[in-house]
Design a protein around this ligand. Sequence first.
Ligand SMILES: [Zn+2]
Length: 124
Amino acid sequence: MAREGVKQINITMAKKTHDIIRKAWEVEKTDKKLSSWVLEILLLYTEKEKWLKKYAPHLVYVGIDKNGILLRDRHLKDSIVEVKLLDNRLWCQVCKEKNCMHIFYSIGLSHIAKVVDPERDIHK
Ligand SMILES: [Zn+2]
């Protein structure tokens, strides 16, 4: 019987994905159950995405390149801005610096985890 004010979803995932999530949960050493911990992360992710839209409404994530993130900047006439990971530092190809709004926005994106530094590619 469902409890009032509570909804339930079941999520099916690959064993590999489950193992990655479970290992991260174990490393966290939290008192929360795995499901509660995952739910909290999903809520935080949702809130973070909303926050990024308020923080930089002129920026939009476009995609990921081999070693960088592509953004569209309405303040630059909808130009594409490339933020590259070079020598373990993010570098804005438009502003030619490492401390601009494009960098800060990129760090806030979850997609940053997929960017690979060609000089330090641990997957090689
Ligand atoms: Zn920039």
